[in-house]
Ligand binder design. Structure first.
Ligand SMILES: NC(=O)c1ccc[n+]([C@@H]2O[C@H](COP(=O)([O-])OP(=O)(O)OC[C@H]3O[C@@H](n4cnc5c(N)ncnc54)[C@H](O)[C@@H]3O)[C@@H](O)[C@H]2O)c1
Length: 250
């Protein structure tokens, strides 16, 4: 996809997948707005790719409102919003999950993408259409007992993408998720070598960035693309409910 003359917004752009995607969108010609809460690293990425940096805590609804208002006055039209920022928590015992833990992970991973989508849609619509890509995970499809909050929030991304896409399609806005298996980023906390030695297959963030471009080019919407190292992204086939379509029941 040629992004020349287009504006792309990336959350969590200061490291890992966000940085790789910001670089890839810039390579494709986009003017990239890099956002994060780690300002030094975020600014460095923006400087490297000739983009702009904005501090944005994705869990802060009012920060999204302010950014959207600012962008509405911007002559550059938003064409792509990549809602990528996310955290893991590593809590497996629900009895040990404090209110603060719960609100933090759901706030960033789930509310953050809803606020981001809500802010982006009017801007994309004003530009005559565009794309939203959300970074999901294998945990969007299957349980992850070692991290309950992560699992819940990444499942929610699949529900959001599949539920919101039909309405957005009528406004020429695509909405998809890229759902990678393990990626060698800060998420692994410096354990990449140990995990690879133990046989885990780990892909580079750049592979996710290439997959993001392929998804944007796919012409599809409402899909959660599973991504494994060395393979093309593939729409995950969700099971259907046996029997009649429950949506038509009264
Ligand atoms: N690394 C993996 O194995 C893996 C696999 C599947 C999905 N993912 C997803 O990829 C996304 C990016 O993660 P990554 O692997 O690049 O990890 P990462 O830790 O390198 O990057 C995450 C970025 O999000 C930023 N961030 C954290 N809280 C934020 C907030 N409140 N507001 C704005 N930014 C915030 C961090 O500062 C960081 O720059 C996440 O959504 C993650 O769930 C990662």
């Amino acid at each position: 996809m040629d992004l020349s003359g287009k504006t792309a917004l990336v959350t969590g752009a200061a490291s890992g997948i966000g940085t790789a995607c910001a670089r890839r969108y810039a390579e494709a010609g986009a003017s990239v707005i890099c956002t994060d809460v780690v300002d030094d690293a975020g600014q460095q990425v923006a400087d490297e790719i000739g983009g702009r940096y904005r501090h944005l805590d994705v869990a802060d609804s009012s920060a999204w409102t302010a950014l959207a208002a600012e962008m509405a006055d911007d002559p550059g039209h938003l064409h792509l919003a990549h809602l990528n920022a996310g955290i893991m928590m590593g809590l497996s015992d629900v009895a040990e999950m404090s209110d603060e833990d719960y609100h933090r992970i759901i706030g960033i991973n789930q509310h953050g993408v809803v606020f981001g989508l809500r802010a982006a849609v009017p801007l994309l619509e004003a530009a005559g259409g565009g794309h939203v890509l959300i970074t999901g995970s294998m945990a969007s499809f299957s349980p992850l007992p070692v991290d309950l909050g992560y699992s819940m929030s990444k499942h929610a991304i699949a529900a959001l993408v599949r539920s919101a896409a039909p309405n957005l399609a009528e406004r020429d806005i695509s909405l998809n998720a890229v759902c990678p298996a393990t990626v060698g980023t800060g998420f692994l906390g410096g354990n990449r070598d140990r995990l690879e030695a133990a046989g885990m297959v780990i892909m580079d963030a750049e592979e996710v960035a290439e997959a993001a471009m392929a998804i944007l080019d796919s012409g599809l919407t409402g899909e959660c693309f599973a991504l494994f190292k060395g393979r093309q992204p593939e729409p995950f086939q969700f099971a259907t409910i046996p029997g009649a379509d429950y949506r038509s029941r009264r």
